[in-house]
Write a new protein. Structure first.
Length: 386
């Protein structure tokens, strides 16, 4: 197969420019997602790199080659910073600046003192390999974002690291052969790899962004925006599953139906915003006290439901009272800060254990009846269903 080096170089430069354009669009379309601006700037750096390599090919002026290497490394540092921001890690701001200054300085010195081409080729390849492997490590071993697109992008960076390590080894033996403008198989392979990896990485960035948007959508569809608790829609499915599991394994399962007391008064006297804060506090308290396997959701307004798998009514009543007391202590604090309005913010609960062959609706109805008995008996109490 005959591959013309200059045609390949033009193809890589064009593909890089298209990729930078795609990254610009990605960033402008999703300004709220962190890191995308860095990916675009990295794309611009890559374009500058190839323009400089091209110019070096024409002019044979060594500082152009050093600048190309400088921009290649800056591009990688910007990408790394972008991935860190995207994954919610602290940005590499100081590292970026330090890296830019150090690499720039070293490359300018190398260009001026005219070290051998081999030294430059080896040092540049090692630098690119190390940065690529660092990015790959962040993507492949992320504890929070282990998604297919993140892993796939991580693998591309890992392969890039390996390719550049091999390039460094070849450059140590023969610096001429790794020269991208030298028409030989190594240079052609390198240009082809750069073409493919640039497209694959940009595609990876697009897919990572799509995954993020999908996760945000799922989150919005399943959670109450005010308190962050699961909403009624998403709980339906989870409840069905938990009930089916308990039925199959003949395990007890109980339900807590909870309603904040005289919440209208809270809103009327202390304001709607304050009411919102009380709702959030209640959810925080519930999430602190309930177990991970318990399914807690905001059923609507100031009403909440929790399904407690593998829990009998006695234990459920104990949990309900613990939650009621925990929330009351919290509300006492609120009361002292608003001393001119003296009423306690409390919660009433109805507790019901699932009976054999009972439907979920009937279980909820019994818990609801118990809740209204608790309200009738003066509120701030938990009642067990018949
Ligand atoms: N701040 C705030 N208030 C809400 C929200 N959702 C529902 N509410 C209010 O909750 C109050 C519920 O009032 P009611 O149904 O009369 O019940 P209550 O005042 O709690 O009385 P009892 O349940 O009998 O103790 C209404 O005033 C609603 O406006 C919300 O998201 N934020």
């Amino acid at each position: 197969m005959l591959l013309d080096i200059h045609t390949l170089l033009v193809a890589v430069a064009l593909a890089t420019a298209f990729c930078a354009g795609a990254r610009l669009l990605l960033w402008r379309m999703h300004l709220a997602i962190p890191g995308l601006s860095r990916w675009f700037l990295a794309g611009v750096s890559a374009v500058i790199t190839f323009v400089m390599i091209f110019a070096y090919g024409k002019l044979q002026w060594l500082p152009l080659l050093s600048s190309a290497q400088f921009f290649a490394v800056i591009g990688l540092i910007l990408s790394w910073d972008g991935f860190s921001r995207f994954m919610g890690k602290p940005p590499l701001r100081s590292l970026v600046l330090l890296g830019m200054a150090a690499v720039g300085l070293v490359l300018i010195l190398i260009a001026q003192t005219q070290y051998s081409v081999a030294t430059k080729a080896v040092s540049n390849a090692v630098l690119v390999a190390v940065l690529s492997l660092l990015i790959a490590r962040d993507l492949l071993f992320s504890p929070t974002q282990n998604t297919p697109a993140v892993r796939a992008t991580g693998y591309i960076y890992a392969i890039n690291g390996a390719v550049f390590l091999i390039r460094a080894m070849i450059a140590r033996e023969n610096s001429e052969i790794v020269d991208l403008l030298n028409p030989n198989g190594v240079a052609a392979f390198m240009l082809l790899w750069l073409l493919c990896s640039m497209i694959a990485i940009t595609l990876g960035m697009v897919l990572m962004t799509t995954e993020r948007l999908q996760a945000d959508l799922d989150n919005q569809a399943n959670h109450d925006p005010l308190t962050g608790a699961l909403n009624r829609r998403s709980c339906g499915l989870l409840y069905e599953k938990a009930m089916a599991y308990s039925r199959r394994h003949k395990l007890p399962v109980s339900v807590l139906m909870m309603d904040l007391d005289e919440f209208k008064k809270v809103n009327d006297y202390l304001g709607h915003d304050f009411g919102d804060k009380v709702l959030c506090r209640f959810v925080a308290e519930a999430q602190k006290i309930l177990r991970e396997e318990d399914i807690f959701c905001r059923f609507g307004g100031e009403e909440f439901v929790a399904l407690l798998p593998n829990t009998s009514s006695d234990t459920a009543l104990m949990v309900a009272n613990r939650l009621r007391n925990g929330f009351k202590i919290d509300s006492d604090l609120i009361e002292t800060t608003k001393s001119h309005q003296s009423f306690a913010i409390t919660v009433s609960m109805g507790v019901a254990e699932h009976q054999q062959d009972e439907s979920f609706e009937s279980l909820l109805r019994r818990a609801d009846t118990a809740l209204y008995i608790a309200k009738d008996k003066g509120r701030n109490r938990c009642e067990l269903a018949e």
